[in-house]
Design a protein around this ligand. Structure first.
Ligand code: PEP
Ligand code: MN
Length: 249
């Protein structure tokens, strides 16, 4: 259950890099109460020369590790042609910020029975985002969770500007659960902890947080990835705020 008083924590590395890396991350996040293992097997990278993901090999690792540790798998789909393959391995499909208005992709995931995590586009208004969710729902798939992951503004200190007011706006406009991703929302691991706390206090139904056993050698998003010990601290604090909000974790 996600929403309705149940917080969902989705954590793991930005990209699946190896079985060892994934297993170490999965054990750490499971121990702190996460229910979902995240990890990209298909990475939408800014440069074509950056690590693009392990594709099906990465999906297999996600499934194996998640089953071993006892977690659900959420992973990003970037290409309609991979839909059947990804559905074999994943429990939840992630639509990334760059694909929020890939209407063909939205329609196709709307025809599956997999829950969908719909990230907010880099420059999407809340109305455009909710319309993107409507594309999924119009295919008959109502299991949609929104994810605020920061929007592009003139600020350059942070990777994106985390729009926590979107949580309150979505609560007013929609019945859909909304989680917050302070990792992509800030781009800086030091800011993940305070923004995670604020997200839950603002009424978010969960968090997506990047955790890597060795962020300094991560193949993507190392600067915003928490080490397991810091993630444990964040989760302790989030638990306290969750209690105050009357939510279970
Ligand atoms: C991710 O979750 O790793 C990712 C690429 O996120 P976003 O689509 O929000 O940039
Ligand atoms: Mn990432």
């Amino acid at each position: 259950k996600i929403g309705g008083g149940h917080l969902a924590i989705m954590s793991g590395p930005c990209a699946v890099e190896s079985k060892e890396q994934l297993l170490e991350a999965a054990k750490a996040v499971k121990a702190c109460g996460a229910q979902f293992l995240r990890g990209g097997a298909f990475k939408p990278r800014t440069s074509p020369y950056d690590f693009q993901g392990l594709a099906e090999e990465g999906l297999k690792m996600l499934r194996e590790v998640a089953d071993e540790v006892g977690l659900n798998v959420v992973t990003e789909i970037v290409n309609i042609n991979d839909l059947d393959m990804i559905c074999k391995y994943a429990d939840m499909l992630q639509i990334g910020a760059r694909n929020m208005q890939n209407f063909q992709l939205l329609k196709e995931v709307g025809h599956t029975n997999k829950p969908v995590l719909l990230k907010r586009g880099l420059s999407a208004t809340i109305s455009e985002w909710l319309n993107a969710a409507e594309y999924i729902a119009s295919g008959g798939n109502y299991n949609i969770v929104l994810c605020e992951r920061g929007i592009r503004t003139y600020e350059t200190f942070t990777r994106n500007t985390l729009d926590l007011s979107a949580v309150a706006a979505v609560k007013e406009l929609s019945h859909l659960p909304i989680i917050v991703d302070p990792s992509h929302g800030t781009g800086r691991w030091q800011m993940v902890r305070p923004m995670a706390r604020a997200a839950i206090a603002a009424g978010a139904d969960g968090l997506m947080i990047e955790v890597h056993p060795h962020p300094e050698v991560a193949l993507s998003d190392g600067d915003q990835s928490l080490k397991p010990d810091n993630f444990a601290i964040v989760m302790q604090e989030v638990r306290q705020i969750a209690q105050m909000m009357g939510k279970t974790l």
